[in-house]
Design a protein around this ligand. Structure first.
Ligand code: ADP
Ligand code: GLC
Length: 492
């Protein structure tokens, strides 16, 4: 099989920059593809948080101070290269301090679209100077969604890209990067401006994600169920018509898990490892977690956990009534790690005050703590309103931390409701997005926990699941190759 040249373009990538699952996915996908012998080059903005990591990086001589005009702005960028420990994988950072030294990966600044237009164009300009002709540009989310359109317009003249195909993966359709049509000049499309969505322009807006949906050669999202859901008015967030146009080129590929990072046998953040046949390490992690969180409960008390962005998507509204009621009614402890919207922060802060010693809330982002929580808790709660894939439920399965999930998106594709009669199933799955349903789910989990023989059975089922990237990566490889098959080329 021939080697593929793949260019991954993303706003986050582990281990350099992360706010959520996107980083886990792009990091693992790059490594796995390179591990299969492909030539991988990944591009990420050089945020100040990456600069602070003092990595071993080199300036790329042929890509220095490259000028790019964004509207009236004259910007320039330089390229830095990080040769990773994985043979075949090079990570490039696009350096433009004016845009990427803002303290956070994403901003609410009025030039947010400019930050990612520059990034997208820089990737193409860099490939030109590196004389790198990818077989596939794999773009991710709205930040990089203009790349397919650029390839088919402003850069269409360059024969270097004659064989290049583009894939856009939608990790979350709730983020579309919309900006005002008054800024259309920032795109630098010239006469190709006619390719933009004309109804949107008339309505005064430009939607990067929609343009990616319309122009990418192939579209994917991160679970088969979400691929169906976002074609509906209920969950399509306005993109359902654009997706319908591209139905033949759109698939759902479930994310994998990086088991080098997220497996209790080898987890680099844990001092107590454990596995299916010997769970003593899990109990030690639980003890440690209880201590670290300042909880005043014994190890026999069921410990419920969440690690999450505190965003509406995550279904925290459902917990406003049900969690306090449950904490009054039943013995359990809760630990939550997350950051995001103020109203959810307030909810968990108040809960931690009211149930001091039984509820711990840590606001912020803390990678080692996220691992300890996965390892030391009994039950992991993800009541998401929608969830494109979700990674924590898959991590939880591997750590024997039984997930409670709502039946949506990737949660529906990765957790099966346990059936005590047959002994089959891996977690608690509830359907309706309402408080009674989540209360039922929590009570069911606690009832099962009370029967430790039954609970061990669920844990064992969960820990035996395999969501490895090793398998999922083949689906991407197959997709990339299909874009170069004779049938797909003549269709173009
Ligand atoms: P999303 O990408 O929507 O946030 P995922 O379940 O796909 O949801 O991925 C979330 C990832 O981010 C997981 O690796 C999780 O452990 C991590 N994460 C989320 N919030 C935090 C936090 N506050 N501290 C540490 N890790 C976090
Ligand atoms: C998004 C989604 C999440 C998914 C992740 C990685 O952030 O919200 O469900 O797992 O991307 O694809």
């Amino acid at each position: 099989m021939s080697v593929l040249k793949v260019c991954i373009v993303a706003s986050e990538m582990m281990p350099y920059a992360k706010t959520g699952g996107l980083a886990d996915v792009t990091g693992a996908l790059g490594r796995e593809l390179a591990g299969r012998g492909h030539e991988l080059r990944a591009f990420v903005p050089y945020y100040d948080s990456i600069r602070a990591q003092a990595l071993q990086i080199e300036a790329v001589p042929q890509v220095q101070a490259v000028p790019v005009e964004i509207g009236a702005l004259r910007l320039s960028f330089s390229l830095l290269a990080h040769r990773t420990a994985t043979p075949g994988l090079t990570v490039y950072f696009v350096d433009c301090p004016k845009l990427y030294s803002r303290g956070t990966l994403y901003t609410r600044d009025p030039d947010e679209h400019v930050r990612f237009i520059l990034f997208t164009r820089a990737v193409i300009e860099a490939c030109q100077r590196l004389k790198f002709a990818p077989d596939v540009f794999h773009c991710n989310d709205w930040h990089t969604a203009f790349l397919p359109l650029y390839l088919k317009s402003v850069y269409a003249w360059d024969r270097l890209f004659a064989g290049a195909r583009s894939v856009l993966t939608i990790h979350n359709i709730g983020y579309q990067g919309e900006f005002s049509a008054a800024r259309v000049g920032d795109l630098g499309l010239g006469a190709s401006q006619t390719l933009l969505h004309q109804d949107d322009l008339r309505a005064g807006r430009i939607n990067p994600l929609k343009m990616g949906i319309l122009f990418a050669d192939a579209l994917t999202t991160v679970s088969p169920t979400y691929a169906v859901e976002i074609r509906t008015t209920e969950l399509g967030m306005g993109m359902q018509s654009a997706l319908a146009v591209r139905a033949d080129s759109f698939t759902g590929i479930l994310n994998g898990v990086d088991y080098e990072q997220w497996d209790p046998r080898v987890d680099p953040y844990l001092s107590n490892h454990f596995h299916l046949a010997d769970l003593r390490g899990k109990m030690r992690n639980k003890r440690r977690l209880i201590e670290r969180c300042g909880l005043q409960v014994g190890t026999a008390t069921p410990l419920l956990a969440m690690v999450t962005r505190l965003a509406e998507q995550k279904g925290i509204d459902l917990l406003f009534e049900s969690l306090p009621a449950l904490l009054v009614e039943r013995p359990l402890a809760l630990t939550v790690l997350g950051s995001g919207d103020a109203r959810y922060v307030r909810f968990f802060e108040e809960l931690a005050m009211r149930f001091a010693g039984r509820v711990a809330f840590r606001q912020g982002y803390d990678e080692p703590m996220a691992h300890l929580i996965e390892a030391g808790s009994d039950i992991f709660l993800m009541p998401s309103r929608y969830e494109p894939c979700g990674l924590n439920q898959m991590y939880s399965l591997r750590y024997g931390t039984v997930p409670i999930v709502r039946k949506t998106g990737g949660l529906a594709d990765s957790v099966r409701h346990f059936d005590p009669a047959s002994g089959q199933g891996t977690g608690v799955v509830f359907q309706h997005y309402d408080a009674p349903a989540v209360r039922w789910a929590l009570n069911t989990a606690l009832d099962w926990y009370a029967d430790q023989r039954l609970w061990r059975r669920i844990m064992r089922n969960a820990m035996a699941q395999d969501f490895s990237w090793k398998r999922q990566v083949l689906e991407y490889e197959h997709l990339y190759r299909s874009l170069h098959s004779p049938a797909s080329v003549t269709q173009r």
